[in-house]
Write a protein that binds this ligand. Structure first.
Ligand code: HEC
Length: 206
């Protein structure tokens, strides 16, 4: 078992045992709320499977050109993302990411390891935007050469956030803070390569 899955398995085991042993009544209530609503949870705010959207022929052609080995590697790298939004754009998902990352830094600064770890794990497992992240990348960048930068960036950002969570739970706040620096470096590296258009105003002409 990898460090990551061990960590997640530990988290869910603690959550289950904690709920069943200490708060049986609360756990039952959560399952069947009086007003009949099913409350969402972190795991259940998006669809479990990607919805198929009709994409432009140009986009489809570009994706079709990706080598199968690349697609396999990409799938493996992103397998932990199991929530698929049918509404949120990449920018909106990025805003969630930003918000969660800010929560991590706040938690670390006040030495609240649990807060930092919760937010770090959520950031690391962010939902997919509508139509997948690739739908928001420039067409000419959808090729194995340009996308080859992703595994390293992914390791720094998503892998880094998992390391931050572990260190935060172990109360290693200086270590988690230093790791956070590498996470932020990964965010900006990816933006440098793949983020274009900063919302310039069409009304300013000079
Ligand atoms: C895999 C590449 C990638 C990584 C890693 C990444 N981003 Fe992004 N981010 C993008 C792209 C692409 C956009 C532009 C999306 C668009 O405009 O449709 C973007 C846009 C954003 C925006 C919106 C900015 C704006 O001007 O609208 C924010 C905020 C943001 N990212 C935060 C983050 C944070 C925080 C991290 C690190 C925890 C991060 N991103 C990691 C690719 C990435």
């Amino acid at each position: 078992m990898s460090m990551k899955s061990k960590f997640v398995a530990t988290l869910s085991a603690v959550a289950l045992l904690g709920a069943a042993a200490a708060f049986p009544a609360a756990a039952d209530e959560a399952k069947a709320p009086a007003n009949g609503h099913k409350y969402p949870s972190i795991e259940k705010t998006s669809a479990d499977a990607p919805r198929q959207y009709k994409m432009t022929p140009e986009f489809q052609a570009q994706v079709k050109k990706l080598p199968p080995e690349f697609i396999q590697q990409f799938r493996k790298m992103t397998a932990k993302h199991t929530r698929y939004s049918e509404d949120a754009t990449a920018r909106q998902v990025m805003m969630e990411l930003l918000s969660d990352v800010q929560c991590v830094t706040a938690g670390l600064m006040v030495e609240n390891g649990e807060m930092a770890a919760d937010c770090a794990v959520r950031a690391s497992r962010h939902r997919w935007p509508k139509g997948h992240l690739l739908a928001y990348v420039k067409l000419e960048q959808i090729n194995a050469d340009s996308l080859a930068a992703l595994p390293k960036i992914n390791g720094a950002v998503e892998g880094g956030l998992e390391r931050v969570a572990e260190m935060a739970l172990n109360k290693n706040f200086p270590g988690a803070g230093a790791e956070m620096g590498k996470v932020l470096e990964g965010c900006s590296n990816c933006h440098n390569l793949f983020r274009f258009g900063k919302g310039d105003s069409p009304h300013i002409i000079d």
